[in-house]
Design a protein around this ligand. Structure first.
Ligand code: NDP
Ligand SMILES: N[C@@H](CC=O)C(=O)O
Ligand code: NA
Length: 425
């Protein structure tokens, strides 16, 4: 049987699981593709650390040229992460006519279009199913199964680390730091978890999902991105008492002629499917005009689930090699969309305020709300300390403009401050 040799760049959480799956699941892959796939060379930073982690016959090196210049290697898996030097490495691999499979959302969200062009010029495949929602087969599903439908919204939980942290904070009353440490230990978090907890990793994934859903590139700089690092345990518990679970959601929807995409903590009603997604699991809801609402659920992080998506790309590339159909692009949908007026982006909000515990304070707050044309649906006041009260409110629908007006009014009053403002689904 013909052989296809694979190069692997990175042997961490995902890389070691890719090596395991290529080695242990080769019979099924052979059966489907008619090719014998094996990993020939692995590139890492620290060769000594990994020397004993590979089967006999596999070379471990820190020299990427050993893959770039090896004519026997046809497919390369990039799982080292980060934009640089991953971008330069993938560019060199494509120019050397290697097909590339990557899990790197940072890179695809920021340079995916350029890399796709280079791939096409070289008649090579560039696939990245693992870059969004780890083990959930969502990108290929949008390309193939929503090919004709007009997608109006794509939203969901697309970061495993933050969902794990929020689950532990809500269910087990863990501290934020304790939960983050465990997520790192389990291999869900990025090597620097800042992008996870600040919502940037989820934003990268929303950029890619929007590209696939609407055919348009949303710039990260045009998105509102908020993470979970400032969420307080008391807000998690208060949301729960109101009947909501706080989730970090990415939401991308058509509004007017445009697409509005954002990431932030959202109060999700406890009977909504997204409220039931726990730990490192992710869920993506895709709404199409024809099909209506659909939900895709599964592990969003972790070695083997992510490796399964990498393997699905490897198998797709292999089939293309066999059929001579490489270089046709992972996603070919391109379309122009207009701008969205933030006044038309409306949600109810959860507002947490600290105010002086004195007569007239609530009246003053109510006057501001009346002035900006907003109103409450639920309100709870508790003691914060000797002098101040904590007032938590769920508003009726209001626009981003009204929220900004509220913030600006509050910034001028030194007896009240807004501690948190989260959307309510
Ligand atoms: N972990 C997860 O659950 C998921 C991760 N991803 C993505 O997959 C990719 C890999 O993630 P993960 O496996 O967790 O990362 P790890 O940090 O566990 O592993 C990274 C690997 O890449 C190697 N590496 C890093 N920089 C270089 C370099 N400059 N040259 C050569 N090798 C290098 C490291 O080598 P050494 O060990 O010698 O330091 C290590 O083996 C990232 O893009 C991540 O965003 C996607 C979905 C899920
Ligand atoms: N750090 C990421 C890994 C998968 O993309 C996450 O936690 O979701
Ligand atoms: Na995926």
């Amino acid at each position: 049987m013909d052989e296809i040799k694979i190069g692997l760049v990175g042997l961490g959480t995902v890389g070691s699981s890719v090596l395991k799956m290529v080695t242990e699941n080769s019979d099924k892959v052979q059966n489907i593709t008619g090719r014998n796939l094996s990993i020939k060379t692995v590139v890492v930073k620290n060769v000594a650390k990994h020397q004993n982690e590979v089967p006999a016959g596999v070379t471990v090196t820190d020299d990427i040229d050993k893959i770039i210049n090896d004519p026997e290697i046809k497919i390369v898996v990039e799982v080292m992460g980060g934009v640089h030097p991953a971008k330069e490495v993938i560019t060199a691999l494509l120019n050397a006519k290697k097909h590339v499979v990557t899990a790197n959302k940072d890179l695809i969200a920021s340079a995916g279009e350029d890399l796709a062009t280079i791939a096409k010029q070289n008649h090579c495949d560039l696939m990245y199913e693992a870059s969004v929602a780890g083990g959930i087969p969502i990108l290929r599903t949008i390309v193939t199964s929503f090919a004709a439908d007009y997608i109006t919204e794509v939203k969901g939980i697309v970061n495993g680390t933050t969902n794990f942290i929020l689950t532990q904070m809500q269910r087990n009353h863990w501290s934020y730091d304790q939960a983050l440490m465990k997520a790192q230990e389990l291999g869900f978090a990025e090597s620097d978890p800042t992008n996870d907890v600040e919502g940037i990793d989820a934003a990268y994934k929303m950029v890619i999902l929007s590209q696939f859903s609407y055919g348009t590139h949303i710039k990260l700089s045009n998105m509102s991105v908020e993470g979970i690092s400032t969420i307080q345990q008391e807000d998690v518990q208060q949301a729960d008492a109101f009947g909501y679970t706080i989730k970090l959601l990415g939401i991308s929807r058509r509004i007017d002629d445009g697409v509005f995409t954002e990431v932030g903590p959202v109060l999700v009603p406890q009977d909504h499917p997204l409220a039931t997604i726990n730990n490192e699991n992710n869920a993506v809801m895709v709404t199409g005009e024809a099909v209506g609402e659909t939900l895709f659920y599964g592990p969003g992080a972790g070695g083997l689930p992510t490796a399964n998506s990498v393997l699905s790309d490897i198998v797709s590339v292999t089939k293309n090699i066999v059929l001579g159909t490489t270089g046709n692009g992972f996603n070919n949908y391109q379309s122009k969309v207009g701008k969205v007026d933030p006044n038309n982006v409306i949600y109810p909000y959860y507002l947490s305020l600290k105010m002086l515990d004195a007569p007239g304070q609530m009246l003053q707050f109510t006057q501001i709300m009346t002035q900006i044309g907003a109103s409450f649906s639920q309100i709870v006041q508790t003691k914060n300390d000797d002098q101040t009260a904590r007032v938590v409110i769920i508003t009726h629908e209001m626009s981003k403009k009204q929220l900004n007006d509220l913030k600006s009014h509050l910034s001028k009053i030194n007896t009240m401050s807004l501690l948190a403002a989260y959307k309510v689904l």
